[in-house]
Design a protein around this ligand. Structure first.
Ligand SMILES: [Zn+2]
Length: 65
């Protein structure tokens, strides 16, 4: 289960997208102008939400959904 976030490149302001998982895993993403931006999960909030979503997804699958 993925949630998309609209972000801005801190170097050039270009719009970019990251998924919740990207943030939770603190991945490095590249804006369309080639700047590399390391995502920071401040306080671990994205990781907690991702974990909750994964748990929900598993529960739904068990229900056959
Ligand atoms: Zn950029």
């Amino acid at each position: 289960m993925d949630l998309d976030f609209d972000l801005e490149c801190p170097e050039c302001g270009a719009a970019m997208k990251a998924t919740l998982e990207d943030i939770a895993r603190q991945r490095t993403v590249t804006c369309r102008r080639g700047h590399r931006v390391t995502l920071v999960d401040k306080g671990g909030g994205a990781r907690q939400v991702q974990g909750a979503l994964d748990g929900l997804e598993r529960s739904l699958k068990r229900l056959g959904g």
